[in-house]
Design a protein around this ligand. Structure first.
Ligand SMILES: Nc1ncnc2c1ncn2[C@@H]1O[C@H](COP(=O)(O)OP(=O)(O)OP(=O)(O)O)[C@@H](O)[C@H]1O
Ligand SMILES: [Mg+2]
Length: 350
C-alpha cells in the first residue's frame, strides 16, 4: 500500500471542507458531547418503489428500511443480487429519489438539508463512471470543482499518491488497468474529504493483492475517523473488516447486529477426529451423537455449540478407547449465517 502517512499529515494541516470536526450540525438530540452525530447515517422507514416502465413491472426495491450506522464504524451491507443494496446507496448519493421514509447523513436530512448531506458523503459506485479521455489528475480536479472545493484546499496530488497512481497522473484513464480504475474511483469519492465513505462492491473483479491493499487503506481511513459503509459479496471480507453488518433481502433488513453477535448465531459446529488406527465400525457409545465416518481414520461430529456436547463426545471417544491423533473444529462462518437467513426469508415469502 502506498504510504498513507503523508496524506494524514497534509490533510490535518489543510483540512477538507467537511472533516468531522468542522461539519455543522442541525439541532439534534442525536449528538454526543463532541458535537458529532452518534450515527453517521440514519434511515427510517426508507422505501423505494421503481415505477413500471415499458415491459418492466413496478418494483419495490426497499421496503421500510430502518438502519442506524454508528459514527466511526465499518458497516457492511450484505445481501443477494437484487436485494436493494445499490438502491439504498444510490438514495444516499442523491442518484435515486426515495419514495417515502427518511434518510440522514451526518445528521443532515437528504431532502431538507441536501447540500450539507451531500457534502458529508463520498460514494464509490458499483459501476465505473468516468470519461476515459480524462487523466486521473484532471478527473480529481473536476470532481473537486463540482464539490466547490477551493483551489487552495484541493488535494488531488496527495490523493493520487495515496492511491499509488502518481506515475499515471497524466495518462488517459482508459489506459489504466481495472484495479487502477477502481482506486481512482475511491480517490474521486474523497476529494471533498467526507466523514462518511460509501463503497458499493469496491473489490468486485479486483485481484487478491489489490483487494488487500484497498482494504488496508479502508482500515486506515477508518482509523483516522472516517465512517465506512460498504457492500460486498465476499463474506469473508465482511467478516474480517466490518464491526457491524446488516443483511438485506427482498428490500428488507432481515438481520442487523455486530459481526460477533451474528457469528454467535451459528447453531451447529463440527468436530473432526483423526484416529491413530483404522476403525471398522462405530463404537456403541457414539449412537447418541450425529456422527459420520468420512474414512477409516476420520470421524466428523456435528453438534450444537451451546449445550456442552463437545465434552460428551470427547468422553465417549475416550471410553471407546480410541487413540486420537488430531482434532479440529469448524466454527462455521458468516456464509452459514447468510445462507441460513436469506433462505429462511425466501421460504417465508414464497
Ligand atoms: N433504475 C431501476 N429501475 C427499475 N428497477 C430497478 C432499477 N434499479 C434497480 N432496480 C431493481 O430493484 C431491485 C434492487 O436492485 P439493486 O441494484 O438495489 O440490488 P443490489 O442489492 O445492489 O444487487 P447486486 O448485488 O446485484 O448489486 C432489483 O430487482 C432491480 O432489478
Ligand atoms: Mg448493487
Amino acid at each position: 500500500m502506498p504510504d498513507d502517512h503523508s496524506y494524514a499529515q497534509t490533510s490535518q494541516s489543510t483540512p477538507g471542507r467537511n472533516t468531522p470536526e468542522q461539519s455543522e450540525l442541525p439541532d439534534s438530540t442525536d449528538k454526543d458531547p463532541s458535537g458529532m452525530p452518534t450515527y453517521a447515517v440514519e434511515l427510517e422507514g426508507l422505501t423505494k418503489v421503481y415505477q413500471a416502465a415499458g415491459n418492466a413491472e413496478e418494483k419495490r426495491a426497499l421496503s421500510s428500511v430502518d438502519l442506524k450506522i454508528p459514527r466511526g464504524s465499518i458497516f457492511g451491507l450484505l445481501g443477494p443480487n437484487g436485494a436493494g443494496k445499490s438502491t439504498l446507496i444510490n438514495i444516499l448519493a442523491g442518484l435515486v429519489n426515495k419514495t417515502s421514509g427518511s434518510a440522514k447523513i451526518w445528521g443532515h436530512d437528504i431532502v431538507d438539508e441536501m447540500r450539507p448531506a451531500r457534502m458529508s458523503i463520498g460514494v464509490v459506485p458499483q459501476e465505473l463512471n468516468f470519461d476515459p479521455f480524462f487523466t486521473p489528475l484532471e478527473l480529481l480536479e473536476l470532481q473537486a470543482g463540482l464539490y466547490g472545493v477551493p483551489k487552495s484546499e484541493r488535494r488531488s496530488e496527495e490523493i493520487l499518491d495515496v492511491m499509488g497512481l502518481t506515475d499515471k497522473a497524466k495518462t488517459y484513464t482508459r489506459s489504466l488497468s481495472g484495479g487502477m480504475k477502481r482506486r481512482l474511483m475511491v480517490g474521486k469519492a474523497m476529494v471533498h474529504n467526507p466523514p462518511v465513505l460509501v463503497l458499493d462492491e469496491p473489490t468486485a473483479g479486483v485481484d487478491i493483492e489489490l483487494r488487500q491493499q484497498l482494504w488496508a487503506y479502508v482500515r486506515e481511513l477508518n482509523k483516522r475517523g472516517t465512517t465506512i459503509l460498504l457492500t460486498t459479496h465476499y463474506l469473508e471480507e465482511a467478516e474480517e473488516l466490518c464491526d457491524e453488518i446488516a443483511i438485506i433481502n427482498h428490500g428488507q433488513v432481515i438481520a442487523c447486529d455486530t459481526t460477533q453477535a451474528l457469528l454467535a448465531r451459528i447453531e451447529s459446529k463440527t468436530l473432526t477426529l483423526t484416529l491413530g488406527e483404522d476403525l471398522d465400525s462405530l463404537p456403541g457409545s457414539f449412537t447418541a451423537f450425529h456422527v459420520e465416518q468420512k474414512s477409516a481414520r476420520e470421524l466428523t461430529f456435528t453438534y450444537k455449540s451451546d449445550d456442552g456436547q463437545l465434552a460428551e463426545i470427547l468422553k465417549a471417544a475416550h471410553v471407546a478407547g480410541l487413540s486420537i491423533l488430531d482434532l479440529t473444529t469448524d466454527q462455521g462462518d458468516l456464509e452459514d449465517i447468510f445462507l441460513q437467513l436469506t433462505r429462511g426469508a425466501h421460504n417465508a415469502t414464497a
